[in-house]
Design a protein. Structure first.
Length: 586
């Protein structure tokens, strides 16, 4: 006769297959969910009704098997497929995908660490990378020197448009050829400066001025009688439009400089001002026997002797010196009387480049070489002169000089780089700015071959350092290192993404929004950088797609529908039997 057990057995089939349809439907609906991991439902039979446990073989029979009737089916659990989905390149550096078994570590609103495979991160108002639901991506930060700090994980911050950096120059190099057949120098520039065309500098008392004479005691030669002082306290002497170097060869403008006159400013201060402004290296003996520097004769005539080499020639006209009062109004458009007795000669060449201090401020640097000697059979010797683009109060633009030598093959024998030190006092930057100039690197370095058809040539190569720059973009490497690119061309490490690894990822608890929490059977999270401990490789500018197999899901849907329909047939058949049984009583 019909059994009510069959009704409940069919009902269990309906329930189990409907749960299967739930799981399949969830998989299909998440086919486009980033990094979604598909689920599958596992069935198991329910307890059985045993009417015979069977018997063992004996001497007179062969034994019997157990007699059992199943009482239905149940959903015993789900299994999540943590296999990798396909990687889809998005071109957005904020997107990240994992090729491997790792999980991104993210921090929820309550500080809880949860885990995800979905790497579609975007910055919040604090420049932290967060998930679409607001969880912060965790990783290693950096120290003040942009080194990764692995002392603990913290929210990853990428302040695009907000972080600025600069880098001071530490090294530069020169390349070119110094013409060993160039003309040897015979003398430096010779310029005379005096009060007027006939007299040296005189005091208001009529005596010749000396080095210690106050400027406020110098007579104005344009006013008869000589008792009227040329200068007064608060006025300023400005050097403007002057040049250094032979015109048409290697002339360059001398930086504009000013000398403020006080009650203690002397003629020696004026001479130091001109010497510093032109970067004259004093105390050198030129081939004609003259000593470089600025001196004052017993008749009050100022004599300027410059260094050798056409690049060190001095041009100083009366119009290059002007006088201004304390309010900045020009009092005289020209000062003194100047005359030039000799122009500097000798093979020379100069090049300029821009260095940067610790604050990223540009510093113009000029380096030149003048031929000093060509000893027979030993090559050539050259003197270098390093100059700054501008001087500081009471300081010269001269940054140092020295000699370098080349052998008879034109090869540099002085291997020590040029040491440059620039005063940066009053700028807020580290002072001095120290860096080296290499002559033996950068496209062959500097040579000294004979070139009868051309002049010496020189150019700067590979000058490091950079002005202030703002973080413009970033990229993530396969080991999780985040590298930022700045507008000044520099790149710096901004942090490193970490990944979590679980001994049993299927034991993780799905909490929604593509997030998982540690479960009782997942094991603890092992934190490591990508490429370590089997966490896998990080792919920047890409997202992991869902690993749902639509073909398999549709096939499973057909099987679930078949199972559901078959279970309804069991219930209907049992109902028909009950109807037949009841009809016997009519």
């Amino acid at each position: 006769m019909a059994s009510t057990t069959a009704l409940f057995t069919g009902l269990s089939g309906l329930n189990a297959n409907s749960r299967l349809i739930d799981v399949i439907g969830n998989n299909i609906s998440n086919v486009n969910t980033t990094a979604y991991k598909s689920n599958r439902l596992q069935f198991s039979s329910m307890f059985d009704r045993t009417f015979s446990i069977g018997s063992a073989p004996g001497a007179n029979n062969g034994g019997t098997n157990p007699g059992q009737i199943g009482l239905g089916v149940q959903a015993s659990g789900t299994q999540r497929n943590f296999g990798n989905g396909a990687i889809n390149a998005t071109g957005d550096s904020r997107d990240m995908a994992i090729e491997g078994e790792g999980f991104f570590v993210v921090q929820g609103a309550n500080g809880e660490q949860v885990y995800t495979r979905a790497g579609s991160f975007r910055p919040n108002s604090a420049n932290q990378l967060v998930t679409p639901t607001g969880e912060r991506l965790m990783g290693y930060g950096i120290d003040s020197r942009f080194n990764v700090d692995k002392s603990g994980i913290r929210p990853i911050s990428i302040p695009i448009g907000a972080m600025t950096i600069a880098e001071s120059t530490t090294l530069s190099s020169l390349s070119g050829n110094l013409n060993a057949k160039g003309a040897l120098p015979t003398h430096g520039a010779s310029v005379t400066v005096q009060g007027d065309a006939t007299n040296g500098f005189l005091t208001t008392g009529g005596a010749a001025a000396g080095a210690s004479t106050l400027l406020t005691s110098i007579a104005d030669p344009s006013i008869s009688g000589g008792a009227t002082p040329l200068f007064s306290v608060g006025q300023t002497i400005k050097l403007s439009g002057a040049q250094k170097g032979v015109a048409g060869v290697n002339a360059r403008n001398v930086p504009d400089e000013s000398l403020t006159i006080t009650g203690t400013t002397t003629m020696q201060d004026l001479m130091n001002f001109l010497q510093n402004s032109y970067g004259i290296v004093p105390g050198q003996t030129n081939p004609d026997g003259a000593t470089t520097g600025i001196t004052l004769s017993g008749t009050g005539v100022m004599s300027i002797v410059g260094n050798t080499g056409t690049m060190n020639d001095i041009t100083l006209n009366s119009s290059n010196l002007q006088l201004y009062d304390a309010a900045g109004t020009q009092v005289k458009s020209s000062l003194f009387n100047t005359s030039k007795a000799a122009t500097a000669d000798g093979e020379s060449v100069r090049t300029s480049f821009v260095a940067y201090d610790s604050l990223g401020s540009p510093v113009n640097i000029s380096i030149g070489f003048t031929l000093e000697s060509t000893p027979g059979g030993t090559g050539s010797n050259w003197r270098y002169y390093a100059e700054a683009g501008n001087s500081y109060p009471n300081a010269s633009i001269d940054l140092g000089n020295g000699t370098v030598s080349f052998n008879t093959a034109g090869v540099l024998t002085t291997t020590t780089p040029l040491a440059i030190s620039v005063n940066r006092s009053g700028t807020g930057a580290i002072t001095p700015l120290n860096f080296n100039v290499s002559l033996s690197s950068g496209q062959g370095g500097v040579t000294a071959f004979a070139d009868t058809n051309a002049k010496s040539s020189l150019q700067a190569q590979q000058v490091d350092g950079a002005p202030i720059g703002t973080l413009q973009s970033f990229a993530v490497t396969d080991d999780g290192t985040i590298t930022g690119a700045f507008t000044n061309g520099l790149t710096r490490t901004l942090g490193q993404v970490v990944l979590a690894k679980f001994s049993n990822p299927e034991g993780l608890v799905d909490v929604g929004s593509n997030l998982f929490r540690v479960g009782p059977n997942s094991g603890n999270a092992g934190i490591a950088t990508p490429l370590e401990l089997g966490t896998g490789k990080l792919v920047g500018g890409a997202l992991e797609l869902s690993n749902v197999d639509l073909g398999a899901e549709f096939l499973g849907l057909i099987l679930a529908q078949t199972g559901y329909s078959a279970s309804t047939r069991v219930i209907r058949t049992t109902d028909d039997l009950f109807q037949q049984l009841l009809s016997l009583g009519r």
